[in-house]
Write a protein of this length. Structure first.
Lengths: 807, 430
């Protein structure tokens, strides 16, 4: 009858064959017997504290009440979930939970979607016998800048504590007191400052934890839900976007186990108010001397079409597209290559990797491979800061026994769960890579861990100051490891989708190299002749603009002045260009220099598909109409093309989708309709089934010079930076960190630098100093893209001068 | 009465029974020497198993059987439970203060038998003198070579660490004790895994009561079968009883079980002061259901007989109440204790014990309602379904059901008194 991995259990007199190894509460749920619960959650270790899920199980001494959340199913188990004893226990526990509950449902955010409310209806006694005085507390208690706690509503289920401790690794919520006075608290003077705090709000089974953003904003039954994808980073967590009266009011994580397993970073969750910020550009703007004048779309498009049309194709370049949908990115690539006649197009801004490595690396890992990895190598940016949900996935893998090797010039968020932490002086990565390969000296342990496959290597640039070729050399080394898979790390929202759509000088749509004659022929059949010049990357484009070899620039949701390694070059390039059009939603450090700004629809407003870092394509859906006169990129490009006398054919989303499926080989079969109706709800990893990926890139060991000098630079990214979205998101805007330069105490001592002292870095920025013995010696850590470090140029070495006056 | 086991030395030498010289002069550490030099660990375990000694901490589980569950992986630990917190118990305190070397010797022998290299003694924080004396005994034992590396010239080594509790009753529950010892909140753990498989620092751990371990030297010196021969079957050996309340001779008594409760209260305890009438007594600490003279005075004082009558000997605390006792006030006082000591993790205990306390208080204050008696019983039933003995539980540990015992006791034996109190406007001076 049953296989070895199945058992037969009897629930309420009916036999069921269920998978072995699962908990009774889950097995029952899977066959439609919902056992009530508060503390149980699939993604958390059981604690059996609420006692709501008691059922009767027959044992050697007769029937006994047991919590079904801790009881694994076993063959022959006989369970009663509805006996008089069980029903009384459920009613009893619910009554206990309710006696001190404030029952302020009419003003509680959770009212209407509250497990306590629902289960009180389903299993509760109906009337209270409690005539004593209820427990009261001061409320609400702000446990962080984002989350408020109402201790009176709390049922002490331990979910928030487990999320913070076990999942996020931020043990900042604790139980204090005992008995009737037990409560959730933070440590004195230590707020619940976690990048994942919002998950506690989502998991709270009552209205005890509420978010500052959502509090009192809407009633659950008035919310309109749309399943979409977060574009905050390349993990592209699946989200439930909730709107009320035409505004997004809340974003929840969706349990897409292939991607984010329900978790979100606070940036994913709380960045949406920027969409509704009154600082958004919602009407075309045309430069008039030192200021912008509002213009109609007709006026603005005419200017753009005529200025771009008056340039030779090779004189025009486009930078950006990494925050757009695949369809918009495709439209941009087609516009540049077939209408403008330029191959100078780059979705990266000198901050990424070789596009072939990122888009088409051989043996590319999926996120799910981390769950089965024996060893995980992380050599790239601090995942906690730049890809926080991936950080959670790696933490989970370590909880399940994977060995973790973390290589970085400075401490990273993962160090606390790493088995081997390897440090190197910034700029000397190639030297370290040789040593790691040889397993020399104190690298013996890390090297031998990497001999245990399957190995998943997460590879990226540890900082903007690091040579991008190093990552490729690391990837080449990783490929030599047993059963190795590689996950290249880029950060910007849909950059992988943009690269797949050909927004890189060397790539055509569908992971095709421009060096492939077959690929070029195929696309020329569809689009007509491609430009005959070699495309340049973003940094070369900026340099050519400064030199006058190029004259016009299209910036698509990109801000090179803030984000590229050389902000001064970017500024000079934009200022030197004859004509710059920014297609953007905000006035940024870059778009403020443009001649024309076209208001762009953004996340929450756009429709289409996106591709994450493992190559998974998901539907991104609109919750709102574009703000003001904002428009989706594909449509406005189609209009510009029309003005220039060309038919781009991108006015209609479905049309673009079909064209992608036919001309982008790796995306064969992937249309919006397919993803909506036929595909896996978790999204699909391309290429599917019979589709081909023409370019499969094998990374090679590239020569990377070892940087020398008194101080080498590590430019550290942080989740909360001075980016335009964050500064416009009400709750998150204040969380950007203060800009301390960090260096090793021995370096500070040598230069007689004291903590808190201000130093001049590279002659351009005065910044306060903090000492940090996790920084490798000879490395200076400068925070990237904070208000105080804007304009800082990422050079391999930096100079340090003190400003102690004229002594 | 036969020779006393646990209190012989302190009775004979009250001035210095806690000092190592007296201990050694009266045969101390001879059992350790015998165990280490003449017996294999297996043989020691066999003796303890043969003794049929049932754990003295309250649950009454045979110590030798418990030892058999210890998992093989290393390291493993012995944790001695000296968190004696049950209201009415004070016999471990006497054993720790008056004969600490007996305990230390028991620890060393038990650790040898179990293959343990590090033992912990967890002593309740309110027992500073116990802690000082045990600590000093340990230091003396180290100095004399009974603890430390290569004990008595053998290759057996043992370290013993004393840890003081922070004042929580629940830390007497063995898994809450382990959490506390690890520096965590004192909350009982989910079982399984049991401590013998995954205990202190997730390693195999035996947790034994002070009194249990203190018996081990005698068992080794005199054999397990000699111990088993003392007292009734299944209540072998002697038992320390702490007698308190309305009694002429309160204090600790080491007894052989098998006597009647009448003998215990009127002979051993010397009867009730001023010859007042006996109203009720708690046979085994605040957690235990109460006994009444008309039903229980001539029943036998043994582990199984008390259980058969719906209560327990527990850790051996007998609390006697005479006719002047306001039983509602007594029950309220005990329930208040448990509500205060609930760790708070399980809903029924956290909320229910406090609710019981509030209702009892209301009755005492003259605001009781006739329906409050049913309410008390139903709240109790939701903590301990069926109100049977041994108690069923909706909770992780038995603390919640412990708070139910006084409620079911007074409603069972003294219902008219409660009804009268409700009708008559309370009695808050009780």
């Amino acid at each position: 009858m049953a296989d070895a991995d199945q058992v037969t259990i009897t629930i309420n007199g009916i036999d069921h064959v269920v998978a072995a190894g699962q908990l009774l509460i889950t097995a029952a749920e899977n066959i439609g017997e919902i056992i009530p619960r508060f503390c149980h959650h699939d993604k958390l270790e059981p604690v059996a504290k609420c006692r709501m899920c008691l059922v009767e199980v027959e044992g050697p001494r007769g029937k006994a009440l047991v919590p079904s959340c801790t009881m694994p199913v076993s063959n022959g188990m006989v369970v009663d979930t509805k006996s008089a004893v069980v029903t009384k226990a459920h009613e009893g526990v619910l009554e206990f939970l309710l006696i001190n509950h404030p029952l302020d449902c009419p003003i509680c955010d959770k009212g209407g979607e509250c497990p306590l409310q629902d289960q009180a209806y389903a299993h509760g006694p109906g009337e209270s016998r409690f005539v004593e005085e209820k427990r009261t507390y001061l409320k609400p208690l702000p446990v962080s800048d984002l989350v408020l706690l109402d201790r009176e509503r709390c049922v002490l289920c331990d979910r928030c504590v487990r999320v913070a401790d076990d999942i996020a690794g931020d043990p900042l919520l604790v139980f204090t007191e005992r008995g009737n006075a037990v409560q959730i608290q933070t440590f004195p003077d230590e707020p619940f400052a976690s990048y994942f705090s919002g998950n506690t709000v989502q998991l709270c089974p009552v209205g005890a934890l509420t978010s500052v953003d959502y509090r009192f904003k809407a009633r659950p039954w008035d919310l309109h839900h749309v399943t979409s994808v977060s574009l905050v980073d390349t993990v592209q967590s699946t989200v439930d976007v909730q709107t009320s009266r035409g505004k997004i009011v809340r974003v929840y994580g969706v349990e897409n186990d292939a991607v984010n397993e329900g978790w979100l970073s606070d940036k994913d969750r709380f960045v949406f108010p920027a969409i509704h910020a009154d600082t958004r550009v919602v009407q075309p703007l045309v430069r008039n001397g030192e200021r912008f004048d509002k213009a109609t779309w007709g006026e603005a498009l005419e200017i753009v079409a005529s200025r771009l049309g008056s340039c030779k194709g090779a004189e025009v370049a486009a930078i950006g597209g990494a925050h757009n949908t695949n369809e918009d990115a495709f439209a941009l690539g087609k516009f540049m290559r077939s209408v403008i006649g330029s191959a100078h197009i780059d979705a990266q801004i000198g901050d990424g990797l070789d596009a072939r490595l990122a888009a088409a690396v051989t043996s590319r890992a999926r996120l799910g491979d981390l769950d089965a990895a024996s060893t995980i190598l992380v050599w790239g940016p601090d995942l906690k800061e730049v890809l926080p949900v991936l950080y959670l996935r790696v933490r989970k893998a370590t909880r399940n026994g994977a060995t973790l090797v973390v290589v970085s010039p400075v401490a990273t968020g993962l160090d606390s769960v790493a088995d081997h932490v390897v440090r190197y002086r910034a700029g000397t990565g190639s030297e370290l890579l040789r040593k790691l390969g040889a397993g020399d000296g104190d690298l013996v342990g890390a090297r031998s861990a990497l001999r245990e496959g399957p190995v998943v290597a997460l590879v990226g640039r540890t900082s903007l100051a690091e040579d991008p070729n190093l990552a490729e050399s690391i990837a080449a080394f990783a490929l030599s490891l047993p059963e190795a898979k590689i996950l290249p790390l880029l950060e910007r929202g849909n950059v992988f989708g943009a690269l797949d759509m050909g927004l890189a000088p060397g790539l055509l749509p569908g992971r095709v190299s421009v060096d492939s004659q077959e690929g070029v022929d195929a696309i020329e059949d569809a689009w007509g002749p491609l430009p005959d010049h070699e495309g340049l990357d973003a940094m070369s484009i900026l340099a050519d603009l400064v030199e006058g070899d190029m004259s016009a620039l299209v910036m698509v949701g990109s801000d090179p002045v803030s984000d590229c390694p050389d902000p001064q070059l970017a500024r000079a390039a934009i200022e030197a260009a004859d004509f710059v059009v920014a297609i953007d939603a905000f006035i940024t450090d870059s778009s403020v220099l443009a001649d024309v700004i076209l208001p762009a629809a953004v996340w929450g407003e756009v429709d289409g598909t996106v591709t994450n870092l493992e190559g998974r394509v998901q539907r991104i859906r609109p919750s709102l109409l574009p703000a003001g006169q904002s428009r989706a990129l594909h449509g406005l490009l189609d209009d510009i093309a029309s003005q220039m006398g060309a038919d781009l054919g991108t006015s209609d989303l479905a049309m673009i989708s079909k064209e992608i499926a036919s001309v982008a080989p790796s995306y064969a079969g992937i249309t919006i309709d397919y993803l909506t109706f036929a595909g896996d709800p978790d999204g699909v990893v391309v290429p599917i089934e019979d589709a081909q990926q023409p370019l499969v890139y094998t990374p090679v060991d590239r020569p990377v010079p070892v940087v020398t000098g008194e101080f080498t630079l590590h430019l550290a990214a942080s989740l909360y930076d001075a980016g335009v979205w964050l500064s416009n998101a009400a709750a998150l805007g204040d969380l950007a960190r203060s800009a301390y330069v960090r260096l090793h105490p021995s370096d500070a001592a040598r230069r007689a630098i004291t903590p808190g002292e201000t130093i001049v870095v590279s002659g351009s920025h005065q910044l306060p100093v903090a000492l940090d013995d996790t920084v490798s010696r000879g490395t200076l850590v400068v925070p990237h893209n904070l208000e105080e470090t804007k304009g800082f140029v990422a050079t391999p070495t930096v100079t340090v001068d003190t400003v102690r006056g004229e002594e | 009465m036969t020779d006393l086991i646990l209190t012989a030395r302190m009775t004979a030498h009250p001035a210095d029974s806690h000092m190592i010289d007296r201990f050694v002069a009266t045969g101390g550490y001879s059992a350790l020497r015998k165990a280490l030099t003449e017996l294999t660990p297996e043989e020691v375990k066999d003796e303890v198993k043969a003794s049929n000694m049932r754990g003295r901490g309250g649950a009454g589980f045979p110590t030798g059987v418990k030892w058999g569950f210890l998992a093989a992986s290393e390291p493993r630990y012995l944790v001695v439970n000296g968190d004696e917190s049950e209201p009415g118990t004070f016999n471990d305190r006497q054993l720790m203060e008056r004969d600490p070397h007996q305990l230390v010797e028991g620890i060393a022998i038990s650790s040898y038998a179990l293959g343990i290299g590090h033992a912990f003694v967890y002593i309740r924080g309110e027992y500073p003198r116990s802690a000082r004396r045990v600590q000093r005994a340990i230091e003396e034992a180290y100095a004399a070579g009974y603890l430390g590396d290569g004990i008595l010239g053998t290759d057996f080594s043992l370290d013993v660490t004393v840890h003081l509790g922070g004042g929580a009753y629940i830390c007497g529950e063995e898994t809450a004790l382990l959490n506390s010892l690890e520096g965590r909140r004192g909350e009982p753990r989910l079982k399984p895994p049991f401590p013998a498989v995954e205990g202190l620092y997730a390693k195999p751990t035996i947790v034994n009561n002070v009194e249990s371990i203190s018996n081990v030297p005698w068992i080794v010196n005199n054999s397990g079968t000699s111990y088993a021969a003392i007292g009734p079957e299944r209540s072998a050996g002697t038992k320390m009883l702490s007698i308190s309340g309305h009694i002429n001779k309160p204090g600790n008594h080491e007894i052989i079980m098998g006597m009647t409760w009448r003998d215990m209260i009127y002979d051993l305890g010397g009867g009730i002061p001023d010859d007042r009438a006996l109203k009720t007594w708690i046979p085994g600490g605040a957690s235990a259901p109460w006994f009444v003279p008309e039903e229980h005075l001539d029943t036998i004082l043994s582990i199984d007989d008390v259980a058969a009558n719906g209560s327990m000997i527990g850790a051996g605390a007998v609390v006697v109440m005479d006719e002047t006792t306001n039983v509602v006030a007594a029950a309220h006082r005990i329930v208040r204790f448990f509500a205060h000591e609930s760790c708070g993790q399980c809903t029924p205990c956290r909320e229910g014990t406090r609710w019981l306390e509030d209702v009892l208080k209301r009755i005492l204050d003259g605001r009781g309602r006739p329906e409050d008696i049913d309410l008390l019983l139903d709240i109790s039933d939701n903590i301990s379904p069926g109100l049977s003995w041994p108690p069923a539980m909706t909770t992780i540990c038995p603390l919640g059901p412990s708070a139910v015992s006084p409620v079911t006791s007074i409603t069972r034996w003294f219902l008219p008194e409660i009804e009268a109190m409700i009708a008559g406007g309370g009695d808050s001076d009780g």
